[in-house]
Ligand binder design. Structure first.
Ligand code: FES
Length: 189
């Protein structure tokens, strides 16, 4: 009788240990399996390669179900903006010149609305009713226009006076890894 009880106890102990082993292995394997799933690399971050993108050109990517545009700004337009950006007349032409009403990470609440002056990253949905904006570049500057009701934005996504949109274009969280690479991410580091 004692032997039978011991055998039963051993059997239960064995099952418990096996259960823990399977759970432990599953937890260990989860990150690796997750990395193998199609598109899984886009879940926590998305790197965008800007190699070959000329001044005035842009690239569009889908990040967490939303369209994001990465624009390589003109040096010239940066100089123009730097020269005029602080003037009252330039500010007067904008609805929210200091982006106090607009949505962006704190580190982009600056003159260029970006981590580095040369690259502007923004969600492509117009802040009026959400239409996809168009990026138009001529030889020295870029303008962003919404085709639905013609709201216009400068190359930092700041909405111009006269537009029906009231807010500057929204900016996602991102890190500039280098001059050629940015990383969109859920939480910026
Ligand atoms: Fe862009 Fe109306 S949706 S101006």
């Amino acid at each position: 009788m004692i032997k039978r009880t011991d055998a039963l106890r051993r059997k239960w102990l064995l099952r418990i240990v096996q259960g823990f082993s399977v759970t432990g292995l599953s937890l260990l394997a989860y990150p690796f399996l997750k990395a193998l799933l199609p598109g899984s690399s886009n879940r926590d971050y998305l790197e965008v390669d800007l190699t070959g993108l000329q001044p005035g050109e842009h690239k569009k990517v889908i990040w967490q179900g939303r369209s994001v545009i990465v624009l390589r700004r003109f040096n010239e337009s940066r100089k123009i903006e730097a020269a005029t950006g602080a003037t009252q007349s330039y500010k007067d032409a904008l609805k929210d010149p200091d982006s106090t009403l607009s949505v962006q990470p704190k580190y982009t609440q600056n003159r260029y609305r970006s981590r580095r002056p040369g690259v502007f990253v923004f969600y492509s949905n117009c802040t009026h009713l959400g239409c996809e904006v168009s990026v138009l570049s001529d030889p020295i500057k870029t303008e962003i226009i919404c085709p639905c009701h013609q709201s216009r934005f400068d190359d930092a996504g700041r909405v111009l006076q006269g537009a029906v949109a009231s807010y500057n274009l929204e900016i996602p969280d991102y890190t500039q890894i280098s001059g050629q690479r940015i990383r969109l991410q859920s939480t910026a580091t």
